[in-house]
Write a protein that binds this ligand. Structure first.
Ligand SMILES: [Zn+2]
Length: 218
């Protein structure tokens, strides 16, 4: 028979660790928004409801920079919040009027900005299909990395992305991870060959690494 006294302080370290993870600065989800010191919220109007019963089991990786190849301009946040000045750069003429968003954006420094509740449908994928289902916006999380197709991403972006994926996987039934180039082949090429998939996978908790299904060849 197990006596009460056998439940000894040996359990204390786990309890202490759990307590350490639930302090006022601990990451937490509220209404699909991730609250953590390293996450900034910048609400985008470009979203809508997900279909009833949507199983949010896919994370889609993208890359974006505005103007292309220029970092830290703030223009991506302006685009996602419909505040971009279309006259500010010649390239912007080619995307004039575009209304898009992603749930998350990771800067070159590894800062995370959230634009849309993960419970809502962001507008990042367009015409797409993956794991036998089309319209990936319906049931995916879109994560934009500040970058340019074919260029290397910054070192600080990988641990930030791994951290974000781990927290997403704790809240949503993530089972698939793919790039925009995989869910919209021939139409999209991001994040492109500059994204180091093995580097990301090495940073994921082992259980998550085994849980996520990846595109063939990765
Ligand atoms: Zn994309």
């Amino acid at each position: 028979m197990t006596t009460p006294s056998s439940r000894n302080p040996a359990a204390a370290p786990d309890i202490a660790n759990a307590a350490a993870d639930t302090g006022p600065q601990a990451p937490g989800w509220h209404g699909g928004w991730l609250f953590a010191p390293q996450v900034q919220h910048r609400a985008s109007p470009n979203h809508g409801p997900r279909p009833a019963g949507a199983c949010i089991d896919l994370a889609v990786l993208h890359s974006i920079s505005l103007p292309p190849g220029q970092y830290g301009t703030g223009c991506v946040a302006q685009l996602f919040t419909n505040q971009l000045d279309w006259e500010a750069h010649p390239y912007f003429q080619s995307i004039r009027g575009l209304e898009v968003s992603a749930h998350f954006f990771i800067t070159r420094e590894g800062a995370i900005w959230q634009f849309v509740s993960a419970d809502a449908r962001a507008w990042h994928a367009g015409a797409s299909a993956w794991r036998g289902r089309s319209n990936c916006n319906d049931d995916s999380i879109g994560i934009e990395l500040e970058g340019l197709e074919g260029h290397a991403f910054a070192a600080d972006q990988y641990p930030a992305l791994a951290w974000l994926l781990a927290h997403l996987a704790a809240q949503y039934p993530l089972a698939h991870l793919a790039g925009h180039e995989h869910i919209a082949p021939g139409r999209k090429n991001d994040p492109g060959p500059g994204f180091d998939w093995p580097r990301l996978l090495a940073l994921l908790p082992p259980a998550l690494r085994h849980r996520l299904r990846l595109p063939p060849g990765i």
